[in-house]
Design a protein around this ligand. Structure first.
Ligand SMILES: NCc1[nH]cc(CCC(=O)O)c1CC(=O)O
Length: 308
């Protein structure tokens, strides 16, 4: 088992192009600080099951479990995740060591033919498997025919290019990281399509007993992103912490205060969305999480129901 901070740091990563880009990014940041780093590529259940929506097969945990097993048995030291895919509560023995500076958190409209969502013809087929995007799209354009779209970024773009969809909606961050920003026709302002908790940010997971690594990784942390995403994730946790619910939570820094907004979609009533927001100084993780809790209470006061 590895424990000396001077030995090689092994990063467990999924093998999609985006996951590898993210792992290489962390590798470079650690190498700049004098560490020796290797990648350990792994396939997760979430990468294998492509015919069902994530909320039906077990949710976000599917992308992190195999990586956690590698940390557990010492084959790897750290795991790099899209924070959006990390469950709100990690299993006992694991910790989120840091959150890195966020890429663009917004959603992007991608289409070979149409420049904007508003240009889509009546009843056009739009691909997304995210419950959040489905509900928010239905609110913007109740006429659209929203169809499931799973798979990694390249798979989704291929399905679009094959003509199965008039347009698809994806995270801008993934496209930008992979040098495909030119595929983005329109980015949705957060007011129009509120992003998911943690979207665009990277989190690094370690075993909680690796004090050596916690110290090394603290140097990579971006505090404004960490606090903003802690507030967002607290909303999700307070709402039941599951991805089987259409929930958006997005925080931005404005004049030294964190502005947190959240939206909850009622799956039984098409187009019904509950909105809540609050501002706070959020000068530490507990204050950021308290802001998230408060916004979740406001959502529930407005009619949002917790996941059971
Ligand atoms: N659920 C898959 C996933 N996890 C993270 C990203 C994008 C990158 C990010 O949010 O950091 C994506 C793809 C997408 O939502 O289009």
């Amino acid at each position: 088992m590895r424990s000396s901070p001077s030995s090689t740091i092994v990063i467990a990563t999924r093998e999609s192009r985006l996951a590898l880009w993210q792992a290489e990014h962390v590798k470079a940041l650690l190498e700049q600080r004098g560490h020796t780093v290797e990648l350990l590529g792994m396939t997760t259940r979430g990468d294998q099951i492509l015919d069902r929506t994530l909320s039906k097969v077990g949710g976000k945990g599917l992308f992190v479990k195999e990586l956690e097993t590698a940390l557990e048995d010492g084959r790897a030291d750290i795991a790099v995740h899209s924070l959006k895919d990390v469950p709100m509560e990690l299993p006992a023995g694991f910790a989120l060591a840091c959150v890195l500076e966020r890429e663009d958190p917004r959603d992007a409209f991608v289409s070979p033919r149409y420049a904007r969502l508003d240009d889509l013809p009546l009843g056009a087929v739009v691909g997304t498997s995210s419950l959040r995007r489905t509900v928010l799209l239905q609110a913007l354009r109740p006429d659209l025919d929203i169809q499931p779209l799973r798979g990694n970024l390249d798979t989704r773009l291929r399905k679009l290019d094959e003509g199965q969809f008039a347009a698809i909606v994806l995270a801008a961050a993934g496209l930008k990281r992979l040098g495909m920003a030119d595929r983005i026709r329109e980015v949705f302002a957060p007011e129009r399509m509120l992003p998911a908790a943690g979207q665009g940010a990277l989190g690094i997971e370690v075993r909680s007993d690796r004090a050596d690594l916690l110290a090394v990784l603290a140097a990579l942390a971006h505090t404004p992103t960490w606090l903003a995403t802690a507030a967002e994730r607290a909303v999700s946790l307070a709402m039941g912490g599951s991805c089987s619910m259409p929930l958006a939570a997005h925080a931005q820094w404005l004049d030294g205060e964190l502005q947190l907004r959240a939206e909850w979609g009622d799956q039984d009533v098409k187009g019904a969305i509950v909105h809540a927001q609050s501002n706070g100084p959020a000068d530490g993780l507990p204050a950021a999480q308290a802001l998230g809790w408060q916004v979740a209470q406001a959502l529930q006061a407005g009619g949002a129901r917790k996941a059971v």
